[in-house]
Design a protein around this ligand. Structure first.
Ligand SMILES: Cc1ncc(COP(=O)(O)O)c(C=O)c1O
Length: 471
């Protein structure tokens, strides 16, 4: 007797998809729960030497001759990934602009995966394209409230948004010379390289923000070229905000264009308490904003906003199978110019769900709590005689280091906390020294967690001073 063919794996869509998904999701949720219990901390202990073989053993073989079935595979791989995760929802995981996603945004992302609209043509995304258009228009209006036709694109994040900003500036002005400060994100230099533009001119940021005298000099010196200044609202290392209004004034005086990388700081717009910190954002020719940072979205959730819809015209592109002229004339929205990508996820769904579920006040509350927590951490460090504070935070980044420690000790502390699985802290250079960096993005973090974090650092500093070798 020939063996019967295996049953076809069910699909996620139509009316039958939810029925097939429900038990699978249950398995995933159990695996997320069990994996987090096994880890029991912000990240797994042992560093790559332990985690890589452990993960490999647990997930092997990745391509068996005969499949293990959906529940087994989901249980095995999701448990292994969770057990070995650096979980940004753990308050002691606070190194990077690595956000703990909201449960509601994650649930929305599941629907995006199930429906799988592709945002490159209307016939693959009828409602999703309408939702994306409204979401981007609403976000653009937040950034450019005084413009009649602002617009925004959904991107994979700050890197892509910055790249598009330089591309659009090049298309408007020819081969622009970018001027940025040493505090700019590395993606600016990479974008210039990728686009065949001159290497950005980098001016000093002596106190963590762009130096205005140096900017004035650079704008004067290079006045015969098309210039694009890129300022940062929320720097990666220290979370500081360049003096946006003064920079915009200098750009206007010298006829230069301005891009503001507000990947981190942009969402302060939603907080009546903190939005004054990014005053001047709407003076920019383009703005980068990431909702997978201070917007609690699972990545990716990037935005590039422009003040005038027609600034996006250079991205127009035709592929007859996606946006034939007669289809566009017949009223089908032409989506191909909304990205350089073709197949594209409906990231607008999780963003829209979050905006609607929380509303302005809910978002402002999350932002305000997070910034208050960061201030609290800075105050605690300030009061601890064994620790030095770099500065009180502008947004939610707090740099600190053990008093009188060498840079090597600071680096060892960070790596030891990582290897032991006790805490995930970042590192940043400022004022010619290496600092531990806490980027607070978790609105659930309590003073107790902050005390625990500082106790871990103090204890380790003490042990190292006593000559105890870290394991
Ligand atoms: C200021 C700034 N801009 C851009 C980026 C890049 O964002 P993404 O990682 O989403 O591409 C980052 C990342 O941390 C950033 O801090």
């Amino acid at each position: 007797m020939p063996t019967p063919p295996p049953p076809l794996p069910p699909l996620a869509g139509t009316t039958t998809g939810p029925t097939a998904l429900r038990p699978l999701i249950d398995t995933v949720l159990t695996a997320l729960h069990d994996g987090a219990h096994r880890r029991d901390g912000p990240l797994p202990a042992g560093g790559p030497d332990a985690v890589t073989p452990h993960t490999r053993t647990a997930t092997h073989p990745l391509i068996p001759d005969h499949g293990t079935g959906p529940h087994h595979a989901l249980r095995t791989l999701v448990t292994a990934l969770t057990e070995g995760a650096a979980d940004p929802a753990d308050p002691l995981c606070t190194a990077h602009l690595h956000t703990p996603p909201l449960a509601l945004a994650t649930a929305a992302d599941l629907a995006a995966s199930a429906l799988n609209p592709s945002m490159d043509s209307w016939d693959q995304a009828p409602a999703a394209s309408a939702l994306e258009a409204d979401t981007t228009a609403a976000l653009a209006a937040e950034i450019y409230p005084h413009q009649p036709t602002p617009d925004a694109l959904i991107t994979t994040g700050g890197t892509e948004s910055n790249q598009l900003a330089l591309l659009l500036a090049r298309e408007r002005n020819g081969p622009v010379q970018t001027i940025c400060a040493t505090n700019a994100h590395h993606s600016i230099t990479r974008a210039a390289w990728l686009l065949g533009l001159p290497t950005p001119l980098t001016i000093p940021a002596p106190n963590g923000v762009m130096d205005l005298t140096a900017l004035h000099q650079a704008l004067t010196h290079h006045r015969h070229q098309p210039l694009l200044v890129t300022a940062t609202a929320g720097t990666t290392d220290t979370g500081q905000i360049d003096p946006l209004t003064a920079i915009a004034d200098l750009c206007t005086t010298h006829g230069a264009e301005l891009h503001i990388d507000a990947a981190y700081g942009g969402p302060l717009l939603f907080s009546p308490t903190h939005r004054n910190k990014i005053h001047g954002l709407d003076r920019a020719h383009s703005v980068t904003l990431d909702l997978h940072k201070l917007g609690w979205q699972p990545a990716p959730a990037g935005i590039l906003a422009v003040p005038h819809r027609n600034h996006l015209t250079p991205l127009h592109h035709q592929a007859p199978y996606l946006n034939a002229d007669d289809d566009t004339e017949a009223g089908l929205p032409d989506l191909l110019g909304r990205s350089l990508r073709t197949t594209r996820r409906p990231d607008a769904l999780k963003i829209a769900v979050t905006l609607q579920a929380l509303g302005r006040t809910g978002l402002a509350d999350l932002i305000d709590r997070t910034l208050t927590t960061a201030h609290h951490l800075a105050d605690l460090i300030d009061k601890t005689p064994t620790l030095d504070l770099y500065d009180h935070p502008t947004i939610s980044t707090v740099l600190f280091r053990p008093t009188n420690a060498t840079d090597t000790t600071v680096a060892t502390i960070r790596r030891t906390l990582l290897t032991r699985g006790h805490a995930v802290l970042g590192r940043a250079h400022a004022h010619n020294r290496l600092w531990l960096k806490a980027t607070l993005l978790n609105p659930h973090t309590t003073p107790h967690h902050l005390h625990t974090l500082l106790d871990l650092v103090n204890q380790l500093t003490h042990d190292l001073a006593e000559g105890n070798t870290p394991r």
